[in-house]
Ligand binder design. Sequence first.
Ligand code: PLP
Length: 434
Amino acid sequence: MSTDDVSTNEALFARAQRVIPGGVNSPVRAFRAVGGTPRFVARALGPYFWDAEGRRHIDYIGSWGPMILGHGHAGVLEAVRQAAADGLSFGAPTEREIELAEAIVAQVTSVEQIRLVSSGTEACMSALRLARGATGRSHIVKFEGCYHGHADALLVKAGSGLATFGHPTSAGVPAEVVQHTLVLEYNNVAQLDAAFAAQGDDIACVIVEPIAGNMNFVRASVPFIARLRELCTKHGALLIFDEVMTGFRVALGSAQSLYAKAIPGFAPDLSVFGKVIGGGMPLAAFGGKKDVMGQLAPLGPVYQAGTLSGNPVATACGLATLKEIARPGFFDALAARTRSLVDGLVQAGRAAGVPLVGDSEGGMFGFFFAERLPQNYAQVMATDKERFNRFFHAMLDRGVYFAPALYEAGFVSSAHSAEDVAVTVDAAAQALRG
Ligand SMILES: *Cc1c(COP(=O)(O)O)cnc(C)c1O
């Protein structure tokens, strides 16, 4: 515990702001949405991290998804240590890259070939270039509230009218760069129909988060995904599932395996992965059918490269993680634990007379201060923000660390025990009464 006048977290935040813009290396870490001082993490183990003041928190972020086994998993750490001892980076191929590619291809039936990169942003950007190169078309479609990393063409919000092109959401992105990006409402089949009717033959691809985790937790409806698949096939556009968050997190076969159960023969054309497949190291990937992937350099005309791509330590970490989650029963147990958390939160809300709804799949969850689950970005942003922010801080004070913004998903790991969930639900009951 700090004996200083200023808490250690506050002192670190002040010091960080002198040399790092906003004091953070990724904006949501700065607590701008909820106010207050970010917790600087000193170390983590299992479902917990300890901040710079020595306070323990139950961690429901898990590095925004990667830490599906919790922190400091012994098998993963040993794989990383061994790999590091053999060399940090070579810039030449290794057997472990093949093993990781094989491990992904074995679980995701739509993926025949995969290329490894270092971040989800890079993977999404590369998948778009590949889709444009493979189809010879320029237009791309994305949905409001879905996040696909921060490549220029994807930092865009809807224009004023239906099927008009978007506006940049960041300074430094010229309007010309997003002039081929069409932004539609999530789960809106009518808009999709209209967009394809108007521009279908110019659309290279549609990129979608099958369960949108960057607007908290919003499922794409089955009819929406079914129609998306139909329209892409009919018009020769590629359907890209951005599973950077959902991949190996909501199910071993990723979110697409859930839609394939509901829609006979369903498969996306390209898939993007990150987060869990790196197990906490910088690693992401994009993959699909051989004919499309064969358009990539060195085989085809679509350029893509990376000095640290397929990094030997990152692949060791990812492989060790995938090995653990492929054990029989892993996802059933993780899903049950996650569901018990969401059920507990919803019950605590009901007991306190506070409208609170939630949903989960595998080890990913979301909750909203609202009467019913939102279906799109506008509905997410219309939920009770003031109440969320109060709840966030009340939980933080009680040692429970949820995402510091109402539009972010939460994550449970296999290290979270029934006791951790019970402590969390008790804290929520107190916080909601207070
Ligand atoms: C996290 C995320 C990304 C971006 O990945 P980074 O590794 O942060 O660049 C892209 N798409 C989705 C769906 C994500 O959740």
